[in-house]
Design a protein around this ligand. Structure first.
Ligand code: GDP
Ligand code: MG
Length: 297
């Protein structure tokens, strides 16, 4: 495993001020129950993001998520502080009627906007805590077909409030070819339904290397993800985080096996600042002006 996260070496240095003050970054996971949302959070936190003093036993599984809950970790690297929070949401699909299962999630996102707005309106605005959701990972069932009506409904409810990042869950259940075709269909559906997903900027960056990295990440969207904290043995004798099958081992941290590494790179390194900026300048700003209009201001 790599020894550091990399946010201290962010290629884009527009954020010097936030570097000094420390970052607050919040990501949320959304999707049907059982798709591996809680597992992905563990997978993210158990690597560079968070080095627990006690390593979790391999059998440790998270209980079913029944309420919106968040997990935070303070990470410091080369003198740069990051408070990373991941918000876990209960999955839909457990109830006969899932019609409004997006509602508590949208309300949670809005209440975070409200809290920010309230702090901005205070006389003393020195210590604003930014708990807004900067990225929302939307988990898509690995059906190989296309987006389901409930996915479209969820994404359309969410896309004006958060940076949506679509993810194909449990990608180890699909072949490489199936994944490629599925990605195409998902992107077509997203276009067809006018859903706005987060776009990596490809201009702005004069740094050739950073630009290439961003393009490589952008090509992977929607990310095909495998989550696991279990250590398994590969045929060539390595011990890796992954999932073992009779036909072989799928490695979480191997870029030839899934897009987990690219997703993490995007969240923590290449696009963290962009995700924060878009949240502030577009998503929050829209929410704020609508709210003020609603109040007749
Ligand atoms: P959640 O309801 O979305 O939070 O899903 P969980 O994280 O609780 O996972 C549900 C089940 O799926 C558990 O048994 C996990 O071990 C399993 N699981 C999680 N991620 C993956 C994955 O990437 N691939 C496969 N095959 N199973 C997974
Ligand atoms: Mg869960």
């Amino acid at each position: 495993l790599m020894g550091y996260v990399g946010f201290a070496n962010l290629p884009n240095q527009v954020h010097r001020k936030s570097v000094r003050k420390g970052f607050q970054f919040t990501a949320m996971v959304v999707g049907e129950s059982g798709l591996g949302k809680s597992t992905l959070i563990n997978t993210l936190f158990n690597t560079e993001l968070y080095q627990p003093k006690e390593v979790l036993p391999p059998s440790a599984e998270r209980p079913k998520t029944v309420a919106i809950e968040s997990i935070s970790a303070d990470i410091e690297e080369n003198g740069v502080r990051l408070r990373l929070t991941v918000v876990d949401t209960p999955g839909f699909g457990d109830f006969v009627n899932n019609e409004e299962s997006w509602k508590p999630i949208v309300e949670d996102i809005e209440s975070r906007f409200d809290s920010y707005l309230e702090q901005e309106n205070r006389v003393n605005r020195q210590k604003i805590v930014d708990n807004r959701v900067h990225a929302c990972l939307y988990f898509i069932q690995p059906t190989g077909h296309s987006l389901r009506p409930i996915d479209i409904e969820f994404m359309r409810r969410l896309h004006t409030k958060v940076n949506l990042i679509p993810i194909i869950a449990k990608a180890d259940t699909m072949t490489d070819e199936e994944i490629i075709n599925f990605k195409d269909r998902i992107l077509n559906d997203i276009r067809h339904h006018n859903i706005h997903i987060f776009q990596l900027p490809t201009y702005e960056n004069e740094d050739e290397e950073a630009l290439t990295e961003q393009e490589e990440i952008a090509r992977k969207i929607p990310f095909a993800i495998v989550g696991s904290n279990q250590l398994v043995h590969t045929p060539d004798g390595r011990q890796v985080r992954g999932r073992a099958y009779p036909w072989g081992v799928i490695e979480v941290d191997n870029e030839d096996h899934c897009d987990f590494v690219k997703l993490r790179q995007m969240l923590i390194r290449t696009s963290m600042e962009e995700l924060r900026e878009h949240t502030t300048a577009v998503l929050y700003e829209n929410y704020r002006s609508e709210k003020l209009l609603g109040m007749g201001v």
